[in-house]
Ligand binder design. Structure first.
Ligand SMILES: NC(=O)c1ccc[n+]([C@@H]2O[C@H](COP(=O)([O-])OP(=O)(O)OC[C@H]3O[C@@H](n4cnc5c(N)ncnc54)[C@H](OP(=O)(O)O)[C@@H]3O)[C@@H](O)[C@H]2O)c1
Length: 264
């Protein structure tokens, strides 16, 4: 959005070099946010940032590997040094290892938890003191329906996404009284590199085509089709701007909404 106001929100979007994260960055730029973009691939981040700057958005690019437990605090400090504040953090970065349980090693489990639970917790640790001092702030975690129910061949991912949903519920309960909002957004399968890669991997085993595997994933969504990255990004923008009460938001419904208004 051209000419963002000096008081416009400052939002960190992790995993914004492609896929859902890049779509979230575009949607928030359109809503007037100043942005901090982070992922490992600095070149792809710069390309996303240049496109947004061309539309008048202020963007800070901070490449990082979020498996490094020190990275979130470094990013929060750099964002505050540059913009003066952090209004919201969208923890979207993730990988989705898919394999039989027999092949799911402790190293895969640790790495998946580091990214989906450890990094959001480290961002909260770093940003909550300044958010509490301002009496406002939002932590939004890109979870999944894999955080609400089980899918085969995804034991590490499904466990980590359940962990992410649990973390969100705990932070919502702890930080809500201080005026902070915490959301876990749960889409079903989304058309992105993760799903295209998974479909290609299934096809490589020789029993089906990538197109058929992709269609079977889409059919597992209750809405009967893939979500688009733009649809997920619109839900992020809605949660950040409308500030609805609640925590765990299920996008894979004919009418998306909070899973349990009384407990989440
Ligand atoms: N696609 C789906 O069907 C689906 C459904 C529900 C939820 N989700 C969730 O949505 C989020 C985004 O998924 P996506 O589909 O957009 O995946 P994607 O296209 O593969 O993008 C993943 C993003 O995360 C970044 N990333 C991965 N590992 C990282 C690391 N160690 N440190 C920092 N950044 C890292 C990637 O950038 P670099 O490689 O440059 O680091 C990339 O920007 C994930 O949390 C995923 O679990 C996806």
């Amino acid at each position: 959005m051209a000419g963002a106001l000096p008081s416009s929100p400052v939002t960190i979007v992790t995993g914004s070099s492609r896929g859902i994260g890049a779509a979230i960055a575009a949607a928030l730029a359109g809503a007037g946010h100043r942005l901090v973009l982070t992922a490992r691939d600095g070149e792809r981040l710069q390309a996303v940032a240049e496109a947004l700057r061309g539309r008048g958005t202020e963007v800070l690019v901070l490449p990082a590997d979020l498996r490094d437990e020190a990275a979130p605090a470094t990013i929060v400090q750099a964002a505050i040094a540059h913009f003066g504040a952090v209004s919201a953090i969208v923890s979207n970065a993730g990988t989705a290892p898919a394999d039989k349980v027999e092949h799911t090693t402790p190293a895969i489990l640790r790495e998946t938890f580091d990214l989906h639970v450890g990094a959001p917790l480290a961002f909260a640790r770093a940003a909550v003191p300044t958010m509490k001092a301002r009496g406002s702030g939002c932590l939004l975690h890109l979870a999944s329906t894999a955080g609400l129910r089980g899918y085969p061949f995804t034991s590490a991912y499904t466990a980590a996404k359940h962990g992410m949903v649990g973390l969100s519920r705990a932070l919502h309960a702890e930080l809500g009284p201080a005026g902070l909002r915490v959301y876990a957004l749960c889409p079903g399968f989304v058309d992105s590199d993760i799903t295209r890669g998974a479909a290609a991997a299934i096809a490589a085993r020789g029993k089906t085509t990538a197109e058929q595997a992709f269609a079977r994933m889409a059919a597992q969504n209750r809405i009967g089709r893939m979500h688009s990255p733009a649809e997920v990004a619109a839900a992020v923008a809605m949660l950040l701007h409308d500030r609805p009460a609640g925590c765990v938001y299920d996008l894979d419904r004919a009418t998306p909404g909070f899973v349990d208004a009384s407990t989440s």
